[in-house]
Design a protein around this ligand. Sequence first.
Ligand SMILES: [Zn+2]
Length: 263
Amino acid sequence: MDCKEILALLPAYVDQELGVSESIEVDNHVLGCLSCQNELASQNALRGALKKHATYFKAPNHLENHIRAALPLDNAHSGRSGKPALKWLGPFNWFSFGTAITSVVALTLSVSFYLAIPSPNDLLAEDVVSNHVRSLMVNHIADVTSSDHHTVKPWFNGKLDFSPTVSDLTAQGFPLVGGRLDYLDHRSVAALVYRHRQHLINVYIWPVANKQNIAVKTLSSQGYQLLHWAEGGMVYWVVSDLNPRELLFLALILQAQGSQGSS
Ligand SMILES: [Zn+2]
């Protein structure tokens, strides 16, 4: 099977609805195909996020009663007696009733689906937090450990297709710890690590095709604070357990440094 055929099967594969032979074909293909691996990973992530964030509503009892009341009673088979068949529901009424129910179900499903689907930024925020936590857990906070931006910035040369702005912000209370390569939004990105008191802060930077500037947005995920913005063709994601106010202060400093084109 080629990638096109595999991609068509991936949703069913993720939902474990494929037969054994098709599953094995997908397994074999994905093992040797990076782009299908990436697609599989993102479909798995979406499936996980849907399961985690989906909102479930139990239908109220009176809805069931309404539907039962509207159904014709078949005295010959229902075994119940005493309730008249709803003879007034002719074919046309049935059609209207069916259409109405279908519309309500479709509307409910689309609203639920809309509410349940996390935005791309929500998914990216989860990845940003995961990468931050992983960098702390495996004690691999930096590939190049230095507070000197003249050491950290050149370290990225040849490792990335762009040159991130690296500033030592010791004077502003955010000494540079170092830098590292990381992977976000399907690409290699620069991770700069700053420290404020005992808090470590990851600043992820990568270029975006869309050069549109985006003002700083704050959000929190899994107990961490995140900020992101875009400026000068670069997107920035900042994550830490630092409080939002001080993190915002760092963002403003980074924005000022970025607009000065400091290195
Ligand atoms: Zn493929």
